[in-house]
Design a binder for this molecule. Structure first.
Ligand SMILES: Cc1cc2nc3c(=O)[nH]c(=O)nc-3n(C[C@H](O)[C@H](O)[C@H](O)COP(=O)(O)OP(=O)(O)OC[C@H]3O[C@@H](n4cnc5c(N)ncnc54)[C@H](O)[C@@H]3O)c2cc1C
Length: 406
């Protein structure tokens, strides 16, 4: 069956905090924007019951409520949403292609905001009990089902300890397996103090999971004591894993540059190594993976996509000028020597109506300077038949301008 083709300015992969923010920026810039999400709009933030560190909510909020607002705002700006899994991405041409099972989406820019998925321990029998069989990654989703029960939390970072404390509102006992020495945890100090004082929390220091045991469902976790090397079978009703994430970049291998852990490499403009392909949020190689940083990344990526598309349009329609004569003045508005030459170009434009004259401020449009291969200002580029004929970077004056087309 031949796939249907649809056209967009921007396709965003992933509907978490980063993708939704990028959507708000692109939609508001009046770009025709599509957001593809394979499971739940809102992403990983919807896994957490309490978000206390996202600015603007002094009383805290829930991940679901916060992401609901992001979603509403993106829809308000006209972003199209489709619930489907991206199967492949192709960026070899200027027109990029994102494919799902049924549809081929052609677009001018792509924003990858596919986040990460929770890491598993790799211990024996783990795959037998994942998700609804007793091993969970989401306290918000599965806390109520553990009312009055004993659960284990594996990990000691912010997510592990904060979600563990949330679980104590439901479970009778929360056993925390920590791989570090007694009292040493990876979470923030406030969470650490609260957790250590919580009577429902019990810590098993210097332990890692050796195996998961049970029949149909998990009923115990075997922990290995890293100091004594002794195994201990701990009876639990559920086990929550909070030991970090791996990036969702399976379909991007060989498409954009990834680091050795599979995270996308980006610069401070959230640009990947491919022009017109941006990445944002937890899928990027970055220091702090939080909603606030995903929002910042998404805003930069959305702005970058808008800028990239507008520069491509100026290049295609104005600078290449359908193969007709074209002169580009590359300047910087803050540089007096560039400003002094402006009247020269205005006079040239008036006396040469057959030539399309474009002024490019390299500060605002560095991408256009890059496309023309220019790295110094003031400069002049003369094009004929869509090809660069002359580049002048020195002694720009009347005579040089008049001799340009000879
Ligand atoms: C338990 C827990 C507690 C947390 N607590 C906090 C907190 O208190 N404060 C805070 O700031 N942060 C918290 N975080 C971190 C925060 O949730 C993340 O940093 C944030 O959600 C990252 O957003 P993102 O958009 O980059 O990625 P995600 O939220 O992971 O979104 C990525 C989306 O992309 C989708 N996707 C992936 N691959 C594809 C594909 N091929 N096709 C289509 N869609 C795809 C996924 O389904 C997902 O919805 C917590 C995280 C967890 C798990």
């Amino acid at each position: 069956m031949e796939k249907k083709t649809e056209h967009y300015d921007v396709v965003i992969i992933g509907g978490g905090a980063a993708g939704l923010t990028a959507g708000i920026y692109c939609g508001r810039a009046k770009l025709k924007t599509l957001l593809l999400e394979k499971s739940l709009v809102g992403g990983l933030a919807t896994y957490t019951n309490e978000i206390e560190n996202y600015p603007g909510f002094p009383e805290g909020t829930t991940g679901t409520d916060l992401m609901g607002l992001f979603h509403k705002q993106a829809k308000k700006f006209g972003v199209d949403f489709k619930m489907t899994d991206v199967k492949s991405v192709s960026v070899a041409e200027d027109i990029k292609v994102v494919e799902t099972f049924r549809v081929r989406y052609e677009c001018k820019a792509i924003i990858i905001a596919s986040g990460g998925k929770p890491r598993i321990t790799g211990a024996a029998n783990e795959n037998m009990f994942l998700y609804d069989k007793g091993i969970s990654f989401c306290a918000t989703c599965d806390a109520a089902a553990n009312t009055g029960k004993t659960v284990m939390v594996v990990g000691s970072g912010d997510a592990a300890i904060e979600e563990g404390m949330f679980l104590t509102k439901f479970a009778d006992k929360v056993i925390v397996s920590v791989m570090h020495d007694h009292g040493k945890m990876d979470c923030n100090e406030i969470a650490k103090t609260q957790a250590l004082e919580n009577p429902k929390m019990e810590f098993m220091w210097n332990t890692v999971v050796s195996s998961f045991e049970g029949e149909e469902r998990l009923n115990s976790v075997v922990l290995n004591d890293l100091k004594s090397n002794k195994l201990q079978n701990v009876k639990v009703d559920s086990c929550f894993l909070f030991i970090g994430y791996t990036p969702n970049t399976e379909v991007l291998s060989g498409v954009v540059d990834l680091n050795r852990n599979g995270y996308i490499r980006v610069n401070e403009k959230m640009e990947t190594n491919i022009p017109g392909v941006f990445a944002a949020g937890d899928v990027c190689d970055k220091l702090l993976k939080q909603v606030a940083t995903a929002v910042g990344d998404g805003a930069i990526a959305g702005y970058g996509a808008e800028k990239y598309i507008s520069e491509c349009e100026i290049y295609e329609h104005q600078i290449l000028n359908q193969g007709k004569l074209s002169v580009v003045y590359l300047w910087n508005a803050t540089d007096p020597s560039c400003r002094e030459l402006l009247p020269l170009f205005e006079a040239f434009e008036q006396s040469h109506p057959e030539i399309r004259v474009t002024k490019v401020d390299v500060y605002k449009s560095p991408g256009l300077a890059g496309k023309l291969g220019i790295d110094s200002v003031p400069s002049i580029v003369y094009l004929d038949d869509g090809k660069i004929q002359k580049v002048i970077t020195e002694k720009i004056c009347d005579e040089i301008m008049n001799a340009l087309t000879n």
